[in-house]
Design a binder for this molecule. Structure first.
Ligand code: SPV
Ligand code: MG
Length: 437
């Protein structure tokens, strides 16, 4: 092949951490002509793997200053085909690593599309022992700063249609929520953030969910999780306590690098929402609760920490009009997000709420907790306009029966051999958290 300097060469990249592997690809690309880097936007990158550490502007600044790069365009979706159609490059350059793994199918599509253009796919040999994923893992293993963790929650909301969180209440659940992932249709699926549930934090301590576990104790749980994880934390702050206490709480959470807190519009002795009206629960007045939100907002040092207002009108059978009125008032008071909760088996009232909510002039991120209406799929929640979904108690609810069954088996059998089929081996538990290499 004889290179013509005018031939277009398309090189898609995320370029989160530039390393010699990228430089090699650019050098090879430059031999074929005019190099256009299709820099994947944060949205495009987050649609198939972890949100980049550096944001688009930062990555753009780096890549456009690299020798051999003639032009940089923003590739706003993961699909390469629209960009091939638009730029009609003669060459498409991608590291050979995509021949296997999650990008295998994407590669086949690109080869087909380039053939239609009489173009060529160039696959420089993948530079071994280095990759952005490897660097990312090393960075995340070292830990991250509170500021980075805090800000990442807003970036996730901005760049993903729907983000998902799961309950954590100690270090171990933090590790599960941090590390569990699957690959589905070439896309990596994982939990985006941790929900520091008051129900599971209390239950794990053998205490009822009535704001009995005090802030100091809840902060200890946060520290355990901060120590060993990197994902954003959303703190379930129950009622937030009295306003004078709440302003201190949000400051502390912000300083620690927690991304958001959720406060619910109840007063007096708080009971878990899923009890509904089976127990005595009282809703706070709109005025008092709005004042609490505003006071919390004004006590923060930065712009990033979010105060999410949770509306209990549907839980307490106060009706849709009340829920909507409250949503409007809380947004006006400065709430950065709204959580609407329901204890119905079917999602009808949630769907009705979402329909009205999404017509508001200003509708900050909407949080749903599908614990009781759990037949709905995430894609359906996305369709009705939810931005954030929380699986609020599932790790604890799965752990308790497993542990109880083991205890019963030991009692029944007078030994532990019979448990072995349902539990980890000693070797597995020792290696789970090895300590030193
Ligand atoms: C929690 O997880 O503590 C919650 C959600 O507040 S719920 O239990 O559904 O009220
Ligand atoms: Mg709670």
């Amino acid at each position: 092949m004889i290179a013509n300097k005018k031939d277009l060469v398309y090189v898609p990249m995320v370029a989160d951490h530039i390393h010699h592997g990228h430089i090699n690809i650019i050098k090879v690309a430059k031999e074929y002509g005019h190099v256009i880097v299709g820099l994947l936007s944060d949205k495009a990158a987050a649609s198939y793997k972890r949100l980049p550490l550096l944001n688009f502007q930062q990555r753009l600044e780096i890549i456009r200053n690299i020798n051999g790069v003639d032009e940089v365009i923003s590739q706003d979706e993961f699909d390469f085909v629209p960009y091939i159609k638009k730029y009609k490059p003669k060459y498409f350059v991608h590291g050979s690593d995509w021949k296997t793994g999650v990008q295998k199918k994407a590669r086949e599509t690109v080869i087909k599309e380039m053939k239609l253009l009489n173009g060529h796919v160039i696959e420089p040999e993948y530079t071994k022992e280095i990759s952005s994923t490897l660097i990312n893992n090393q960075i995340f293993q070292k830990g991250i700063t509170p500021e980075f963790r805090l800000k990442r929650f807003r970036r996730l909301i901005e760049n993903k249609e729907l983000i998902r969180g799961i309950d954590v209440h100690n270090g171990l659940t933090g590790l599960i929520a941090e590390d569990t992932s699957i690959i589905e249709n070439e896309v990596k699926k994982e939990f985006d953030f941790f929900w520091l549930s008051s129900l599971t934090d209390s239950t794990a301590k053998g205490k009822p969910d009535i704001e009995l576990v005090d802030v100091t104790s809840r902060l200890n749980t946060i520290h355990d999780i901060l120590d060993i994880t990197t994902k954003p934390i959303v703190f379930d702050a129950d009622t937030g306590g009295i306003q004078e206490h709440f302003i201190y709480l949000v400051k502390t959470l912000e300083r620690l690098g927690v991304s958001a807190c959720v406060i619910e519009d109840k007063k007096g002795l708080k009971r878990n929402s899923l009890f509904g009206n089976e127990v005595n629960q009282e809703q706070e007045s709109i005025e008092v609760f709005s004042r609490k939100i505003s006071a919390g907002k004004s006590s923060l040092s930065g712009e990033d920490f979010m105060i999410i207002a949770r509306i209990e009108s549907l839980i307490l059978d106060k009706g849709m009009d009340d829920a909507i009125k409250r949503a409007k008032a809380y947004i006006k008071a400065g709430a950065d997000g709204i959580m609407i909760h329901s204890r119905k088996k079917e999602p009808h009232e949630i769907i009705d709420f979402c329909r009205i909510y999404n017509k508001f002039k200003k509708c900050p991120p909407l949080v749903l907790v599908p614990s009781s209406y759990n037949k709905v799929y995430e894609r359906e929640l996305k369709e009705i306009g939810a931005n954030i979904v929380i699986y609020a108690n599932h790790l604890l609810r799965s752990a308790y029966p497993a542990m109880r069954n083991t205890a019963i088996s030991i009692l029944k059998n007078g030994r532990s051999l019979e448990c072995d089929t349902n539990i980890m081996s000693i070797k597995e538990i020792l290696n789970l958290i090895p300590g030193i290499d």
